[in-house]
Design a protein around this ligand. Structure first.
Ligand SMILES: N[C@@H](CCC(=O)N[C@@H](CS)C(=O)NCC(=O)O)C(=O)O
Length: 220
């Protein structure tokens, strides 16, 4: 039996969605973020040394890292979610599976950190310096990079129903989290195809079941 070690408001939502699409039995162990630091509780390190979510266990196998989990679930339970090797859809699949966590998420994370730096409590005399530094990094580095990435993704989605063409695939589960974060935190309305993609996944019965199973999720 598969167990999802699910942290609230986290990337493990994409794994719950995938499992609901696969229609296979699974159970959920729930973990709550610390409300101040937003970090995962220590107990998660008992499942995997890094203490991050998602992590799944499937009998005696433990797998961390969203991309690795999606590939495992695809190989073992749902080969229909991976295009055939050697096809152009497969090249897209591999690209988006890596791009989500390798390129897009780091850009969003840098911006999140500098956004937080502007509002975090600090001595009054440091605040203007911290704010100036954060605004400069966002303006010079973060914003242009994020915009370039989102234009690129939006353009891809304007020509494809799903990330790998006409079939829902692992790449869509993997890309769902950063795009939900974009719509919730960044100005998603500038990117109509990203907005439409997020609306489309949220309206799927399997996604709705995953929401019911996982509990409150700020990005949907
Ligand atoms: N690249 C990893 C990132 C895992 C990750 O950072 N997860 C976040 C939740 S979205 C987490 O566990 N944060 C809590 C913490 O760092 O303590 C993946 O895709 O699985």
């Amino acid at each position: 039996m598969i167990t999802v070690h699910h942290l609230n408001n986290s990337r493990s939502q994409r794994i719950l969605w995938m499992l609901e699409e696969l229609e296979i039995p699974y159970k959920i162990e729930f973990y709550q973020r610390d409300e101040t630091t937003m970090l995962a509780p220590k107990e998660l390190t008992r499942i995997h040394a890094l203490g991050r979510s998602p992590v799944i266990t499937d009998n005696d196998i433990t797998i961390a890292e969203s991309g690795a989990i999606i590939e495992y679930l695809t190989e073992v339970y749902g080969t229909e979610y991976q295009p055939n090797m050697g096809t152009s859809e497969y090249h897209q699949y591999r690209y988006w599976m890596h791009y989500a966590e390798g390129s897009l998420m780091p850009q969003l994370l840098v911006k999140l950190i500098f956004d937080k730096m502007k509002t975090n409590p600090m001595p009054f005399f440091v605040k203007p310096i911290a704010k100036k530094l954060a605004n400069t990094v966002i303006e010079i580095f973060s914003r242009p990079n994020i915009d370039r990435n989102l234009e690129f993704v939006d353009d891809h989605l304007s020509k494809n129903n799903w990330f790998c063409g006409d079939q829902l695939s692992g790449a869509d589960f993997q890309m769902s989290f950063p795009l939900e974060a974009v719509v919730a935190r960044e100005n998603g309305s500038n990117y109509p195809n990203i907005l439409a993609f997020v609306d489309k996944i949220h309206s799927r019965p399997a996604y709705q079941n995953a929401l019911k199973a996982g509990g409150p999720y700020h990005y949907a």
